[in-house]
Write a protein that binds this ligand. Structure first.
Ligand SMILES: [Zn+2]
Length: 254
């Protein structure tokens, strides 16, 4: 089934570049910014059938760690114990992986950041001026973690929003993210009118729109959206489509 494009009322299209996801190998998709005149943008990846599964006691499955070692030999791999929080951690090479949080920031080129998603939105951040990368896990409950990250980047590195590049990855989109009216109304009240939509009397949450609104309100000018709804594009894993006992998490690397 193909994804039905969401209604884009009020969306500032001129700020956005929609880029197709390109395969790097059968099990990983490229999550990258579109070519930029200055170049040098770091690349991100999202796993498909391999790599993303984990349980809460041992945050990443052995398979994921092996895959990371194969694709990025010699990199220090750091990830967090995700609980849909808005906690963002600054990490350095001597830090232990698996600490509580849903966002990671680093200035160290040799660190590979990892999160897992299964319908939630992965957000990649890049400040080329201070060479800072960020990777966030943002579902409906954690929406707003983007603001936490941007405030922390300013405080710790002097990142200015105008210099920051944001990439919003595949997630469950507003074509499929049906919620109860209470959640839909609450989401719009927090993150602006387009953050949830009503179709045929049913509320749908739009994580992309909510995060675009947050990013624009912070003064971020470079926002790219990677197409792909994890629910209706079956290349992806989806908590909602596969169900609570069968779903697999996809690993996002940056
Ligand atoms: Zn969809």
């Amino acid at each position: 089934m193909l994804c039905i494009p969401a209604v884009c009322a009020g969306r500032k299209q001129e700020k956005l570049v929609h880029i197709p996801i390109m395969s790097v190998d059968p099990y990983w998709l490229d999550l990258s910014w579109s070519p930029h005149p200055q170049g040098g943008f770091p690349k991100g990846y999202i796993s498909l059938s391999h790599g993303g599964d984990f349980n809460l006691r041992s945050p990443f499955h052995t398979r994921a760690i092996q895959e990371v070692g194969r694709i990025f030999p010699g990199k220090r791999f750091l990830y967090c114990r995700q609980e849909h929080t808005k906690i963002v951690r600054i990490v350095a090479a001597n830090d232990e992986p698996g600490q509580l949080g849903d966002g990671l920031l680093t200035q160290e080129a040799n660190i590979l950041l990892g999160i897992t998603v299964a319908d939630c939105l992965p957000i990649l951040l890049w400040d080329p001026k201070h060479q800072v990368r960020g990777l966030l896990h943002s579902g409906w409950k954690g929406t707003g973690i983007l603001e936490e990250a941007v405030v922390l980047m300013d405080k710790m590195y002097g990142t200015e929003p105008k210099d920051l590049h944001v990439l919003l990855g595949p997630c469950i989109r507003s074509c499929c993210y049906r919620v109860d009216p209470e959640r839909g109304q609450w989401f719009s009240s927090q993150f602006g009118e387009g953050a949830s939509r009503i179709r045929n009397g049913v509320y749908y949450v739009d994580l992309i729109q909510a995060n675009q609104t947050i990013a624009e309100s912070l003064g971020i000018r470079s926002i790219e959206v990677v197409e792909g709804c994890t629910y209706c594009d079956t290349r992806f894993h989806s908590y909602r489509r596969e169900g609570p006992s069968n779903f697999q998490r996809m690993l996002v690397l940056f």
